[in-house]
Design a protein around this ligand. Structure first.
Ligand SMILES: NC(=O)c1ccc[n+]([C@@H]2O[C@H](COP(=O)([O-])OP(=O)(O)OC[C@H]3O[C@@H](n4cnc5c(N)ncnc54)[C@H](O)[C@@H]3O)[C@@H](O)[C@H]2O)c1
Length: 341
């Protein structure tokens, strides 16, 4: 296969670093990571450096002139764009931060990319573009489901999706894959002497994701946690989400690079198509880590849908992606081992 020249924005962050890891370990493509290290980790970059050489550019995407310079001088053929602000409640309090960093900076990246004749653009979108579905269809939410984000984070991503789609319509040389991630969790599946020893994981403190918080409780870093709402219309009353292991999500990105060499642009849900309740996740975390921690009941949060489960037929049949770690216990275990590291 041809050697590609790939730019990864946000590659020092949680998901981007897992994609960088797979590209470094399983391909010979030239890799450049661009990151402003606002939530990304230099320790993660050091770990990636032990796998194979890559270029690192410390830069904020809001520096338009420098971004143009980087793209004009590096001859990239593919951009995988992770860099973004990602905290939903913060997006409600500070919407302009989200529209600037997520929508404006993405638009500029695409402008500079097309000026520099980039051919492929792979984008991290989110199930938040589906908003608050009143009812999840029996076989999950597919890509044609109504998009109606209920917070600035989701809207900033949906607007970026539109910019990407319109650019591809007008410019036949520019192709994209947009992934709408469901709930991403877990850490690098790596074994040392048969023991799960993740080398990278979610590093940024104050994360708001359920499995990260439960793993912090299991390690004792956090004293207790809350369940927000136990009166939803679900089997046990707590919210149901579709958790995808970060390494499986990463492998979808590697597939997307090849996919775009032969196929047209498209949008794909990235999830397992199966939901677990908050209670099930907490029980699984306690069981696999053999720990117990305090869990309180709290009021529902505004805008939390009862259930959000993907229909993943499209990514499986069109991209021929299949997961390797579709196992909630393994997801919880890897998150815990990383947290305990
Ligand atoms: N984590 C999830 O569950 C989830 C779910 C859906 C979608 N996503 C999307 O996946 C992508 C990656 O998320 P993550 O969980 O890895 O987050 P993260 O915060 O760990 O990673 C984001 C990275 O981008 C960098 N960055 C942010 N703004 C930048 C800027 N202006 N210039 C340069 N670098 C910048 C940060 O330093 C960080 O390294 C985001 O686009 C996010 O919206 C994540």
């Amino acid at each position: 296969m041809a050697q590609l020249n790939i730019l990864i924005t946000g590659g020092a962050g949680y998901i981007g670093s897992h994609v960088a890891k797979q590209l470094l370990e399983t391909t010979t493509h030239n890799i450049t990571i661009l990151d402003n290290l606002s939530t990304g980790s230099t320790k993660t970059l050091d770990t990636l450096k032990t796998m194979r050489e890559f270029n690192f550019i410390e830069l904020d995407l809001k520096e338009f002139a420098q971004v143009a310079d980087v793209l004009n001088t590096n001859n990239f053929d593919t951009i995988i764009h992770f860099a973004a602000s990602i905290v939903v409640p913060e997006s409600v309090e500070n919407p302009l931060k989200y529209y600037m960093n997520n929508t404006v900076n993405t638009t500029n990246l695409i402008k500079c990319g097309t000026d520099a004749k980039i051919k492929r653009f792979i984008f991290s979108s989110t199930a938040a573009v589906y908003g608050e579905p009143s009812e999840v269809p029996k076989d999950g939410i597919d890509e044609n489901y109504l998009t109606l984000p209920i917070n600035p984070y989701g809207m900033s991503k949906l607007m970026s999706e539109r910019v990407i789609q319109d650019t591809a319509l007008a410019n036949k040389e520019f192709k994209f894959v947009i992934f709408r991630y469901f709930n991403v969790a877990g850490a690098d599946i790596n074994y040392t002497d048969d023991k799960l020893t993740p080398r990278i994981g979610q590093s940024f403190p104050n994360a708001t994701h359920l499995i990260k918080i439960a793993s912090e409780c299991a390690t004792g870093k956090r004293e207790k946690m809350a369940i927000f709402g136990d009166d939803f219309n679900t089997l046990d009353g707590t919210g149901v989400r579709d958790y995808i292991h970060v390494d499986d999500l990463a492998s979808a990105h590697i597939k997307a690079i090849d996919y775009l060499l032969e196929n047209d642009s498209d949008i794909f849900n990235a999830g397992y198509g199966r939901g677990y309740s908050v209670k099930e996740v907490i029980e699984t975390m306690k069981k696999v880590t053999n720990t117990n921690f305090q869990v309180d009941n709290a009021a529902r949060r505004a805008g939390d849908p009862a259930a959000l489960i993907s229909n993943n037929t499209k990514i499986k049949t069109k991209m021929h992606w299949s997961p390797n770690h579709n196992d909630l216990a393994l997801i919880c275990q890897s998150a815990f081992e990383w947290e305990n590291y």
